[in-house]
Design a protein around this ligand. Structure first.
Ligand SMILES: Cc1cc2nc3c(=O)[nH]c(=O)nc-3n(C[C@H](O)[C@H](O)[C@H](O)COP(=O)(O)O)c2cc1C
Length: 299
């Protein structure tokens, strides 16, 4: 690996910045750490990667506790101070008008106000990895401020979070029956996941009657159980439907939003293309021209 290229590339990682607070043999302290992330839900564990030469590391090693204060977009000055000086040089937390504090509840480290998240942590483990040490803390108290936005760090510079990117979905307007049918299958899930098979012949698509109770005709599809192999489950469904098919194993993803009046249902279709080997039972070919859902699925 070319070292110069690697040095440039590593600056392209994008992170937030945390203010790591501690109170140990070297007094109260704060340092900036971009390498901070949650690594477990239950228990809530957070890892910070800290250089052993820092005063913060020495404080944490001794007291086995520390604060994580995830900085907001208004805190570039605090981050510059925390990351630009060592406690050996100056008591950073005493710098005039640089920091405001929150009361600490379960640890002795000071906690910093104006952040998006404040976590009080008890040390769980430390492990040296490369030139830094992974310091893992268990959250003993946590709070957040929804009114604040995170500070973003990228390429050695600070940024504000940008506008929301809505994942792209094609919107298909469907009638009441179709909507209710898909919606009931989703059982309240935010996104209904389906696996379907597209078999075309002369601008028409093969459709099946979906269940005994409905006359709704659409492409053969199944709602897979989490973790089941999509190709296998589709193949099984086709066999059960009495159709002998060959299925191409290249998946096509269609992200749709079904719309009916003011209601919406998100559906992710993973589709495979196939062809009929022979047909045992009756099946129907439908033109997709007049059916918007069929049209989107098959084109
Ligand atoms: C934006 C920024 C991010 C930083 N991220 C880290 C980090 O993730 N890990 C680390 O060990 N040092 C990091 N540093 C450097 C420390 O904050 C710096 O060495 C600090 O002076 C240590 O303070 P202390 O000796 O008072 O503990 C970062 C510095 C800046 C400016």
């Amino acid at each position: 690996m070319n070292r110069k290229t690697a040095e440039k590339a590593q600056r392209y990682f994008t992170t937030g910045i945390s203010l790591i607070t501690s109170f140990g043999p070297h007094g109260q302290n704060v340092m900036a750490a971009e390498w901070t992330m949650q690594i477990s839900y239950k228990p809530m564990l957070i890892a910070v990667f800290i250089h052993e030469n820092s005063v913060t590391f020495k404080n944490i090693k001794k007291t086995k506790e520390f604060g994580i204060n995830v900085s907001s977009e208004r805190q570039t000055m605090a981050v510059n101070i925390a990351g630009g000086y060592s406690r050996r040089e100056i008591d950073k937390l005493k710098i005039k008008e640089a920091f405001e504090f929150l009361p600490s509840r379960k640890i002795k480290s000071p906690m910093i106000a104006g952040c998006i998240i404040n976590v009080e942590c008890k040390l769980v483990t430390m492990k040296k990895l490369g030139d830094h040490t992974m310091v893992v803390g268990k959250a003993v108290t946590i709070s957040h401020d929804e009114a604040k936005k995170p500070l973003i760090y990228h390429s050695g510079r600070y940024f504000q979070i940008g506008s929301l990117i809505e994942p792209f979905r094609k919107v298909v307007t469907v009638d009441d029956d179709v909507f209710d049918w898909f919606s009931s299958m989703s059982k309240g899930k935010f996104v209904l996941k389906c696996v379907g098979l597209i078999i075309k012949s002369n601008n028409r698509v093969l459709v099946l009657k979906q269940t005994k109770n409905t006359s709704y005709l659409t492409i053969p599809f199944v709602v897979p159980k989490r973790g089941t192999e999509y190709l296998k489950i589709l193949d099984f469904y086709m066999q059960k439907s009495g159709l002998s098919t060959t299925i191409n194993n290249i998946p096509i993803l269609k992200r749709l939003t079904l719309k009916n009046k003011k209601k919406i249902q998100r559906i992710n279709f993973v589709l495979f293309e196939g062809r009929l080997k022979s047909n045992i039972k009756d099946h129907i070919w439908k033109s997709s021209k007049l059916n918007p859902l069929l049209h989107i699925l098959s084109n």
